[in-house]
Design a protein around this ligand. Sequence first.
Ligand SMILES: [Zn+2]
Length: 289
Amino acid sequence: MKTRVTLAACLLALAAQAEETKEPVEVLRQRLADRLSTKAEGTATAKPATKAGKPTKAVAAKPVHWGYTGDLGPEHWAELTPENKLCAVGTRQSPIDIRDGLSVELEKISFDYRTSSFSVQDNGHTIQVNVAAGNGLTVMGRRYELVQFHFHRPSEERVNGKQSDMVAHLVHKDAQGRLAVVAVLLERGPDNKPQPVIQAVWANLPLEKGEALAAQTQIDLNQLLPADQGYYTYMGSLTTPPCSEGVLWMVLRQPVALTAQQLGIFAKLYPMNARPLQAGSGRLIKESQ
Ligand SMILES: [Zn+2]
């Protein structure tokens, strides 16, 4: 039954798409076949069989059922499915405007990043980079493994009201499934200094949505971190459906520079993929001295 519902939803979405683009029925049929076969692959590879040294196998992207504008936009996420309820009623939601933080002696984030293979995927909402196992961080005595990182334009978080050109979210998970996200703010810098990690990721952008493209080169995420690793921290949520809470956010204070060309490439793919600000609701924010 569930498959039938998903299929119907798929068909509806495809029909709507076809209506928009005036695609002939054959094309529609072919696209459905493609989508179904991708789905089967996704199911087959979804088992947690991550071998060290190889990029995490990406699960095939689901059909787009939410977005950033119109009827599928952030104001409607909770209406799209009951699983998204927290997007509307949660009181620990992200992003927020970071201000009035308590300036304290915050423990340094101990990054354990290493040169790794990676794959790049356009999941329909952003560009996502899946990195080989073995990268992680330790904070407050807890080790979190890096799962993936992705981008938003403009930055979702604001600091004292100020938005950055872009942000990279590095998503980590501990053994109990708790999430910790490190946000690296990205801002325009000199045009003769391309950011090396971004350069490698953009060079490996896949031509098609959904499928992850395994890069033939490696990246070192230490190169994506700013020199000053002071940060703001608060408890929040995923900024995309289902908006799950209990996420430890660590927003690095010092932005990292991208060239205008590097910013321009992402802007072409995703001109706006930032969730609006959410209420602070009296949450505590701490920041490094
Ligand atoms: Zn994000």
